[in-house]
Design a protein around this ligand. Structure first.
Ligand code: GDP
Length: 429
């Protein structure tokens, strides 16, 4: 099996975890290459229902090695809680099935604190941070003021480095925000507690990958969030602080020399968006409430109600292009079964003109959706496993999206469970 990336095409929460869980049976290694504990992947399988934040979704498959690459925000405290949670349900996480890059930077307690303090300061101008410390973490990484996981192995140097960064952090925490600072003892104790727990998993993952590639092992790159949250090409500044695009996957994984043959873009059959920022196709009122309830659209990490809308062709086509998607997985088609007519955002209206192009971020606030309607199928499709068994109205809806975004929809998901999937053969129209 060639290397493959599973990425979000839109605003995140498209159902990537569900797709990775399904596809891991074909791969030897699953690697997370960006982001941290700020978003959640929900996976339902024979072991139970899990909300994963940092752990790769391959953790449930025997024989799959999971890697946290250098590009992730490594929060050892949250990671350990997550490992304990899955262990309670019988999923064992050991240095054999989880490897952490020695070049991953550690997300420290001050990152979370600074995230909270800044959201408080911004008040009604806030970006809608999940307060997991992600923005302060990546800012520090680019200021070269983070501790690398590999530093945990030399306590003397580690503590000297931590002390240096802490002095600078305390100036900001007390001077800028007037908040309570950390003592070195607090930080040293935290590093000792959580550092000791993650140490067994830390290794040179580039070396691990090199060897694995020589042995012909296949790699699945697992993204977090989606195209529109990419720091460079998303709806800046309402993005995350890392690159969510497939093109970044080899770098954030620690194998810049690897090639990705397939990029599976995950698209939900309607749109959702968490937090602040422009969301052109947004629905309101009862129409929105009904869809949110039908799809149970509440944040996996925060429980926040998600904003909802129809599938957005303009944003999705842009997402497909920027991800270099080679095939699409369309999820949650079953959720639309209650609708008698299904809205689709086919174009945007910007400055009085209709457009197919995704606008520059600051222009998005002026864009209005142009909506078309498709006839609903209004029957339960959650047990359908073959393309030809779907009602023709459902097939027409999927085919319209496929034509409009210019990418083959190979997978159609009709339920959260592993086998609730229709895999279309290449010649199936
Ligand atoms: P991710 O971050 O991209 O993995 O997205 P989420 O964790 O928000 O996953 C989407 C949610 O929808 C999860 O609760 C999944 O179990 C669920 N889900 C995924 N695919 C389907 C589907 O086809 N139908 C239904 N009903 N639920 C799905």
């Amino acid at each position: 099996m060639s290397n493959c990336a599973v990425v979000g095409i839109n605003w995140g929460d498209e159902g990537k975890g569900r797709m990775v869980d399904l596809l891991t049976q074909q791969f030897d290694i699953v690697v997370r290459y960006q982001g941290g504990g700020n978003a959640g992947h929900t996976v339902i399988n024979e072991k139970g229902k899990f909300a994963l934040h940092l752990l790769p979704s391959g953790i449930f498959r025997d024989g799959v090695v999971n890697v946290l690459g250098n590009g992730v925000a490594l929060d050892p405290e949250s990671l350990m809680n997550e490992i304990d949670n899955v262990a309670e349900k019988g999923v064992s996480v050991t240095p054999a099935n989880l490897k952490i890059s020695d070049r991953a930077s550690i997300l420290m307690p001050w990152h979370k604190k600074l995230d909270e303090l800044e959201e408080l300061r911004l008040a009604d101008k806030k970006y809608g941070s999940t307060k997991q410390g992600i923005a302060p973490f990546y800012s520090d990484k680019f200021q070269k003021k983070t501790i690398l996981a590999g530093e945990l192995f030399d306590e003397e140097k580690l503590f000297a480095h931590a002390k240096e960064i802490l002095e600078w952090k305390d100036l900001i925490i007390s001077g800028v925000y007037g908040a309570e600072t950390y003592t070195f003892e607090d930080i040293a104790a935290w590093l000792k507690t959580y550092g000791e727990r993650i140490k067994p998993y830390i290794c040179d993952t580039t070396e691990f990958f090199e060897q694995a590639m020589k042995e012909g092992k296949s790699i699945l790159f697992e993204a977090q969030l989606g195209t529109l949250r990419d720091i460079d090409f998303g709806i800046y500044p309402y993005t995350t602080s890392s690159n969510t695009l497939a093109a970044y996957a080899p770098i954030g994984s620690g194998i810049p020399f690897a090639k990705i043959a397939n990029v599976i873009g995950v698209v939900k059959a309607y749109s959702t968006c968490v937090g602040e920022g422009p969301f052109v196709c947004e629905m309101f009122g009862k129409e929105a409430d009904d869809l949110r309830e039908a799809g149970f659209e509440y944040g996996a990490k925060t429980g926040r109600p998600r904003r909802v809308g129809p599938v957005d062709i303009v944003a999705t086509r842009y997402g497909v292009k920027m991800q270099g998607a080679t095939e699409i997985a369309l999820t949650k088609l079953d959720i639309l079964s209650y609708m008698d007519k299904i809205p689709v955002c086919v174009r945007y209206l910007v400055d009085g003109k209709e457009t197919d192009s995704f606008p520059f971020p600051s222009k998005l606030a002026d864009a209005k959706p142009v909506i078309d309607y498709f006839p609903g199928w209004q029957c339960d499709i959650s047990r359908v496993r073959k393309w030809e068994d779907l009602p023709w109205k459902a097939r027409a809806y999927v085919e319209f999206i496929e034509r409009s975004i210019g990418c083959r929809i190979k997978y159609v998901s009709v339920g959260a469970e592993r086998d609730s999937i229709i895999v279309r053969e290449d010649d199936e129209q």
